[in-house]
Design a protein around this ligand. Structure first.
Ligand SMILES: Nc1nc2c(c(=O)[nH]1)N[C@H]1C(S)=C(S)[C@@H](COP(=O)(O)OP(=O)(O)OC[C@H]3O[C@@H](n4cnc5c(N)ncnc54)[C@H](O)[C@@H]3O)O[C@H]1N2
Ligand code: MOO
Length: 404
């Protein structure tokens, strides 16, 4: 029997992350298609990047010691980027471009703006120090070192880095297959007329968007009728082909709340009720060995609970590490009136106040008010048992970083 005390949010996250089994299935994708995927192996550097010393500017390669003599330095050659450089003849300069390899014998490059060119060669108008304007071989990556570690999520810059070491195809974990099950007899799909007592199913679309951003594949997306049998059979069917099932609704205390009951009867319920607002009736367990994250039905609770506890769990299942250091401390542009034993996640906006950035809160924080989340660009945290006064420091998380 799972405790009906409210589990503190941090303990709930630890519990879920502890239960996560990282996906083992891998696949190979073209580098061009690897954005937002997760590396399934370490990538070592096969050869120095850049492979040779090269010029950081358009100008002239010289030996700094040759500049002490009188008169211009004759220009003895030219190296375009992509050409193999020859040797620098002593006492001369070589015309060179950004990215051109440095001819052997040269030890410095002078920007073309710092010289005067005549028929006799170049006259240098600025002091030259040995090594200037040369990008050294291996300054970016050195042969044999780790370029990117297994478990790294590939952003644009990681795509570029893999390209820079010559990787054309990337070994990544398969996307997590997630089943979305929304529950409730009152739900109607957008596009249909609404009958008495009915509402449109919005959670389904919030969840589709969140999972796409989280790099998951939605393998099944259905709405359940409010019966024990429909809930059981759909959960079992989803469990057979998904890595994770996420439900909305049906986890509170009413007799029509079947998700939690089915987990208890036919699977496992390892956590129920979290000390957060919104998100209290969150449930977690498994059925047929597949983890089930039961989000509350209220639309803003779906968003908040997914971001706060769902994302750390999904990251762990994706083979990624725990992300730390999220959030920033900012003065509150709002105040609260009473304390709660639940940690409150306020739909909030970071904006510029008279004295710098400040976090403002949407006026209606009801978990049925999804427009609060559209107005907001993140969440501000009111800690358990605390009251926030205007100007007090609060932690603010942007939606973007919560979805990293
Ligand atoms: N006696 C108590 N009642 C409630 C409690 C409680 O502690 N004791 N907790 C409240 C809180 S907090 C929440 S959150 C909700 C969560 O209940 P469920 O997770 O069982 O969700 P439902 O009852 O199925 O739905 C709640 C609400 O959300 C609407 N909903 C559900 N699914 C969708 C959807 N796909 N799209 C749009 N809207 C949806 C549903 O119509 C309800 O209005 O329980 C409170 N009650
Ligand atoms: O916990 Mo409920 O999600 O506050 O509305």
């Amino acid at each position: 029997m799972v405790s009906s005390d409210l589990t503190p949010v941090d303990d709930a996250i630890d519990h879920l992350v502890g239960q996560a089994r990282p996906i083992a299935r891998t696949e190979t994708v073209a580098l061009a298609d690897s954005l937002d995927r997760v590396l399934a192996r370490d990538y070592m550097v096969p050869a120095d990047v850049p492979p040779a010393d090269n010029s950081a500017v358009d100008g002239y390669a010289v030996r700094a010691g040759d500049l002490s003599g009188e008169g211009p330095l004759p220009v003895s050659g030219r190296v375009a980027a992509g050409e193999a450089p020859g040797d620098l003849k002593p006492g001369t300069a070589v015309r060179i471009f950004t990215g051109s390899e440095i001819p052997s014998g040269a030890d410095s490059v002078i920007m073309q703006e710092r010289i005067t060119l005549s028929d006799d060669g170049i006259t240098v108008n600025a002091p030259v120090s040995e090594g200037q304007n040369i990008r050294r071989q291996g300054q970016d990556l050195t042969r044999g070192e780790l370029a990117l570690a297994k478990g790294t999520k590939i952003r644009a810059q990681e795509m570029g880095l893999l390209g820079s070491i010559g990787v054309a195809e990337v070994s990544v974990y398969e996307k997590l297959k997630v089943a979305i099950l929304t529950t409730g007899d009152e739900l109607v799909d957008p596009g249909q007329p609404l009958g008495p007592g009915q509402i449109y199913n919005s959670n389904r679309f919030t969840m589709l968007g969140l999972l796409a951003k989280a790099g998951c594949e939605v393998s099944l997306c259905e709405t359940l009728r409010d019966t024990r049998e429909a809930t059981r059979s759909t959960l079992e069917r989803a469990a057979a082909e998904a890595d994770l099932i996420i439900t909305s609704g049906g986890v509170s205390v009413g007799e029509e709340d079947h998700v939690r009951a089915v987990l208890e009867e036919s699977g496992q319920l390892s956590l129920w009720l979290m000390a957060s607002k919104p998100g209290k009736p969150m449930a977690f367990g498994s059925i047929g060995g597949t983890p089930v994250l039961g989000l509350p039905g209220n639309p803003a609770a779906v968003l908040v609970t997914f971001l706060v506890v769902g994302m750390p769990f999904i990251r762990a299942c994706q083979g990624r590490g725990v992300i730390t250091g999220l959030g920033e401390r900012l003065p509150a542009g709002f105040s609260t009136e009473s304390t709660s034993v639940r940690r409150q996640y306020i739909r909030a906006r970071k904006s510029m106040g008279d004295h710098g950035p400040v976090v403002t809160a949407y006026s209606n924080q009801s978990s049925g008010v999804l427009s609060s989340a559209c107005w907001a660009d993140g969440l501000a945290v009111v800690p358990e048992n605390e009251i926030i006064g205007l100007g007090d420091s609060v932690t603010y998380y942007s939606f973007a970083e919560l979805l990293e």
